[in-house]
Design a protein around this ligand. Structure first.
Ligand code: HEC
Length: 215
């Protein structure tokens, strides 16, 4: 695990969030709700502008959150090595997401089709978007550019939802790869008995940032 490699990972994640700023253009005005039939779109132009601005805000928040996480993992690795860093992630990562959410007024989290923390398991909406990302990746799309922004109609009202894919970089493999050091594997087993977040290769989608905000 080199710091240079982690910095590269930070760049990769930063790039994902940067691309995410354009998400509104691709998905603007979409209104696929949980409940069918889909509500008619009264003012598509206004919606498009809203979606674009919200997607840019969400992209910036995801980028900030990703940077904060990487900085924290990096210094935990430096001071206490991978086993200590796993304990650090276990103790601090959920609180960091909660803190970012509290400060921004958005719900900010990470999710994955193969989660480590069971609380990161996707809801139905997130699963659909992650599967769509997977299909696009299989068809050759770069992981770092994938994002999705959408206004969703729910029973509780309209919610803006945003997701940006997180690529797996080389330094992530220390804790998410196929051949973990025995002490790393043991610590993960101890803290996350239901862990599914190993076996990744560089370039795979590890998961996604997921942000939402009631409108
Ligand atoms: C020191 C070990 C370690 C390294 C290195 C590491 N992770 Fe993790 N990762 C963890 C732990 C532990 C969790 C569970 C945190 C929690 O309890 O919320 C986690 C959780 C995640 C999650 C949230 C979803 C889930 O599965 O719970 C994502 C996404 C993620 N890591 C991506 C990455 C990426 C991308 C990198 C490389 C830039 C990386 N990780 C590097 C240990 C690590």
């Amino acid at each position: 695990m080199t710091l240079k490699a982690l910095t590269l990972a930070a760049v990769a994640i930063g790039t994902a969030a940067l691309y995410a700023g354009n998400a509104g253009e691709r998905n603007a005005g979409e209104r696929t709700g949980a409940a069918a039939p889909v509500a008619p779109v009264a003012d598509r132009a206004a919606d498009t502008a809203d979606t674009k601005a919200l997607a840019a805000e969400a992209g910036a928040l995801a980028k900030g959150y990703g940077g904060t996480l990487l900085g924290a993992v990096k210094s935990a690795l430096e001071t206490s090595g991978p086993v200590g860093a796993i304990a650090f992630c276990h103790d601090e990562a959920p609180g960091m997401a909660a803190e970012q959410s509290r400060r921004s007024g958005w719900r900010i989290a990470r999710t994955s089709l193969k989660p480590r923390n069971p609380n990161a398991a996707p809801d139905d909406y997130e699963r659909r978007v992650l599967e769509e990302f997977s299909r696009k990746i299989a068809a050759g799309a770069p992981v770092a550019g994938l994002s999705h922004a959408e206004i969703v109609e729910t029973d509780g009202g309209r919610v803006f939802r945003f997701m940006a894919a997180i690529p797996t970089a080389a330094p992530c493999l220390t804790c998410h790869g196929s051949s973990l050091k025995p002490e790393v594997a043991a610590k993960i087993r101890e803290l996350y008995p239901a862990d599914r977040a190993t076996g990744f290769s560089e370039g795979d989608m590890r998961g996604a940032f997921t942000l939402s905000k009631p409108l």
